[in-house]
Design a protein around this ligand. Structure first.
Ligand code: ADP
Ligand code: MG
Length: 241
């Protein structure tokens, strides 16, 4: 089954008399369980496409079905609910709330999803443990390294058992060794059945995915299955950050 069906998506902005077409007819179907990298140079439309897939912005024309739900005619409120239920986000700058502890950050999406406190805390604890951060639940983000913060952010993304994990340059703010460890974590999540869409401008990072879709000037210019993808990854508990 396709978890994502984008059909002939365009996105334009008007600037004065000019119309800027940022996405120029993107058709992209992604299967459940896949690991897809979307790669392209700066300005090619990656973030615009990510915002569309993440239901953070609506296309100008075209249709988008997420996990069987047609999104075109939905209200902003309906879109927000769908987003909160279906999508886990991982960002370059982690986007943890600085005043909350690691545990409270992981609980946040579950608060939005209306999960009762007891269940929420149990699940947050489980997710932090899964990411090797079980001992750090009471720490604030500023007390954690970059790699640890990204682990908390990944635990947060997983908290609601999302259908889709959307990662925008998730290693962009990490040193290369830590970046590799985070990528290996993301690979392992995919091997456990999570669908991943990873946005990057870096070919080496894109090579970690099973399928690589290249964007240029708002169009898909290539779409390649990476047959080399079968490399064993270390277990979560073995990858120390
Ligand atoms: P990427 O993430 O690949 O660098 P973006 O999707 O951020 O690309 O941007 C693609 C193009 O769209 C850029 O030229 C950018 O200036 C333009 N753009 C993005 N958002 C807007 C906006 N809100 N208004 C006008 N132009 C925009
Ligand atoms: Mg961008």
């Amino acid at each position: 089954m396709n978890i994502i069906e984008l059909n002939d998506i365009t996105k334009s902005y008007t600037r004065g008399a000019e119309e800027l077409q940022i996405l120029r007819g993107i058709t992209l179907h992604i299967e459940e369980g896949d690991f897809v990298a979307i790669i392209g140079p700066s300005g090619s439309g990656k973030s615009t496409l990510m915002n569309t897939i993440g239901l953070l912005d609506s296309p100008t024309t075209g249709t988008y079905t997420l996990d069987g739900v047609a999104t075109e005619k939905m209200s902003d409120n309906g879109l927000a609910q769908l987003r909160n239920r279906k999508i886990g986000f991982i960002f370059q700058q982690f986007n943890l709330l600085p005043k909350l502890t690691a545990m409270e950050n992981v609980e946040l999406p579950m608060i939005y999803a209306g999960i009762p406190a007891k269940q929420r805390k149990e699940q947050a604890k489980r997710m932090l443990e899964k990411l090797g951060m079980g001992e750090r639940g009471h720490h604030k983000p500023s007390e954690l390294s970059g790699g640890q913060q990204q682990r908390v952010a990944i635990a947060r993304a997983l908290a609601i058992s999302p259908s889709l994990i959307l990662a925008d340059e998730p290693t962009g703010a990490l040193d290369s060794k830590t970046g590799i460890e985070v990528l290996e974590l993301i690979k392992e999540l995919n091997q456990q059945g999570n669908t991943i869409v990873l946005i990057t401008h870096d070919h080496h990072i894109a090579d970690n995915a099973k399928r690589v879709v290249a964007l240029r000037d708002g169009e898909i210019i290539s779409d390649i299955r990476n047959n080399a993808w079968s490399v064993a990854v270390p277990k979560l508990e073995e990858a120390h950050l």
